[in-house]
Design a protein around this ligand. Structure first.
Ligand code: FNR
Length: 384
């Protein structure tokens, strides 16, 4: 199927599933435990109905907004995803370039496979770096300094990974640490030689932003992953957020906030925004869908902070609903990864084009000619 024939993200997902070996596709597609949150993140949008105003002049539609203090062509940004090179050789650069062309903010993961400095040089558009507070606070401070030097505009601090989620699809496929490949997985890799042959060099798994730390410490293919796993710190608390906010002294969102109390605390600790997120259903299964938490979080933090709904967006109309409920913007992970796997930079482009066209069409049909005019009355909970 050619990219232009993809009518929606579901089509791109199908194309991605054909192009990737099954274990790699499942790594993108899967979630934790019974995948309840993964499914609900998406299905929760269905319980909101859109209430149109008719006979409003919709000959032009204004969609521009600001996120992380940066201009955005419409209220969408790209979430950080690790190991992006596993899905396409052009990796993070392909995604960031497509985001820049669409006037959207790109977030680079600490677990990315492209050096943050190289990405900043190659892509002029607004950029966020996703950071962790590691056991070695020196490593976190080093990232802060590198992001300042490289000109990143914001930081997203991920706080929902004190331990790795239980992703059973990865266990079944053997995509675990260390890998334990089954016969079925090996067959799937053999059937996708374009993916598998370059993978033998190991470059698809290079955690480019931390590798300099490991070379001196240990050797062997898993040492980098072991090093990172050992850096996750279950004792991180609000004081650490205060410390990071002081060190960075710029736009900072806490990613993985779910409750109004934690949202309030994030802002009180020095953050400028929150990303309501359950990590795309990959961590705590049973956590609510981000869209269902928007109203309470917005009420808790007031008008000024960024409230970003992260996860479950599969249609432009979902963004309209989230905004009407009080979000500043939405953020996507899998939607652009499906595009990347389906067709590299052009595939990401297709995903972003589909979403933005759907978004603008929905606003037009809703009778809203300026994104700032979206209001609570434009959505209601489905009357059962
Ligand atoms: C992620 N996510 C993620 N989040 C993060 O803070 N650091 C990371 O390295 C990653 N890595 C990652 C890899 C893959 C393959 C996926 C699918 C997701 C979570 C991501 O930032 C985002 O929260 C979710 O993807 C949002 O849900 P949707 O849009 O995928 O439904």
């Amino acid at each position: 199927m050619r990219l232009q024939r993809a009518n929606n993200l579901a089509d791109l997902r199908l194309m991605a599933s054909r192009r990737l070996p099954r274990p790699i596709f499942d790594y993108i597609d899967g979630g934790a435990d019974d995948e309840v949150s993964l499914r609900r993140n998406v299905s929760a949008f269905e319980s909101y109905e859109l209430m149109p105003d008719v006979l409003n002049d919709v000959s032009t539609i204004r969609t521009e907004t600001r996120i992380f203090g940066q201009p955005s062509r419409w209220p969408l940004m790209l979430s950080p995803t690790g190991l992006t090179r596993m899905f396409h050789d052009h990796a993070e650069l392909a995604v960031a370039r497509a985001a820049e062309r669409h006037g959207l903010i790109y977030s680079l993961s600490t677990m990315g496979t492209t050096r943050l400095e190289g990405l900043a040089q190659a892509v002029a558009g607004p950029k966020v770096f996703q950071i962790y507070i590691f056991k070695d606070r020196g490593l976190t401070a080093e990232f802060v300094a590198r992001c300042k030097d490289a000109g990143y505009h914001g930081l997203a601090l991920t706080v929902d990974t004190p331990v790795a989620g239980n992703r059973e699809r990865d266990r079944v496929s053997g995509l675990s640490l260390p890998p334990k490949l089954t016969l079925r997985s090996v067959l799937s890799f053999a059937l996708h030689p374009f993916w598998s042959l370059p993978a033998l060099t190991g470059s698809k798994f290079d955690l480019a932003n931390v590798s300099h730390r490991v070379d001196a410490l240990a050797s062997g293919p898993m040492s980098l992953f072991d090093y990172i796993a050992a850096q996750f710190d279950r004792s991180v608390g609000w004081r650490d957020v205060e410390w990071l906010a002081r060190e960075w002294n710029g736009p900072l969102a806490i990613k993985g906030v779910m409750t109004p109390e934690d949202a309030r605390r994030s802002i009180a600790s020095g953050a400028t925004g929150v990303m309501i997120s359950n990590h795309g259903g990959r961590q705590l299964d049973g956590a609510p869908a981000p869209v269902d938490q928007i109203e309470a979080v917005r009420e808790a933090v007031g008008d000024a902070p960024d409230v970003i709904c992260d996860g479950g967006i599969r249609r432009g109309a979902d963004v309209v609903k989230a905004l009407a409920l009080g979000a500043t913007a939405c953020s996507i992970g899998r939607p652009y990864l499906y595009g990347l796997a389906a067709g590299g930079e052009a595939g990401v482009d297709r995903a972003l084009t589909l979403l933005s066209e759907e978004f603008e069409r929905t606003l037009t049909l809703l009778g809203v000619n300026d994104v700032a005019a979206l209001a609570r009355r434009h959505v209601r909970t489905h009357l059962a």
